[in-house]
Design a protein around this ligand. Structure first.
Ligand code: PNS
Length: 169
């Protein structure tokens, strides 16, 4: 099957969705890899009103912009609603997600199948760098709250705001 001219020139877009409260090196690794594979990568900070975050959505966006600025093809936005609607409104056919371990798989598969059933959007799973296979924003916040060293787990910009927000015990 030959590709039409418009298919050949089409911008390839993907989205990396999440809560990013705050962004970690694990998230950043997945975003950086997606940015190599796609022309435009959206980072979607999905708003969940029932979940009180440590950082306000605008703060999360600001941090993500600071640490992804060097890639040049990454856009950061927040969204309140279904991820498939975010994708539809921006003509994004693919969701890129990191898989840390088998334990992530069950829920991620459910979401991928639901999203595909709702709108046809595809989900591509990227195996997390083993260095970050245990990493989550929640664990980073917990360790940092008790004065543990998380400097190797988050970008420097995130480390400094974490230190301000979570005074040492
Ligand atoms: O970083 P998280 O909290 O693990 O990310 C989960 C997230 C935000 C990607 C997921 O909850 C999501 O897509 N929420 C948006 C609402 C939605 O589309 N729900 C249906 C998922 S099938």
């Amino acid at each position: 099957m030959t590709r039409t001219e418009s298919e050949e020139t089409a911008v390839r877009r993907a989205v990396c969705p999440g809560s990013f409260d705050p962004i970690t090196n694990g998230h950043l690794d997945i975003i950086a890899r997606a940015a190599k594979l796609y022309d435009e990568v959206y980072v979607a900070v999905m708003i969940n009103k029932s979940k009180q975050g440590l950082f306000a959505v605008e703060e999360r966006i600001d941090l993500i912009r600071q640490v992804t600025g060097e890639y040049g093809n990454v856009r950061v936005e927040s969204f309140h609603g279904l991820l498939v609607d975010f994708c539809k409104q921006r003509d994004i056919p693919a969701i890129v997600k990191g898989l840390r371990a088998v334990s992530d798989f069950d829920y991620e598969l459910q979401m991928a199948q639901m999203n595909n059933g709702l709108s046809g959007v595809e989900t591509l799973f990227v195996p997390t760098n083993p260095t970050y296979s245990f990493l989550s924003s929640s664990l980073v916040k917990e360790v940092a709250a008790w004065g543990g060293d998380v400097s190797h787990l988050v970008p420097p910009a995130v480390l400094s705001v974490l230190r301000e927000r979570l005074p040492r015990p």
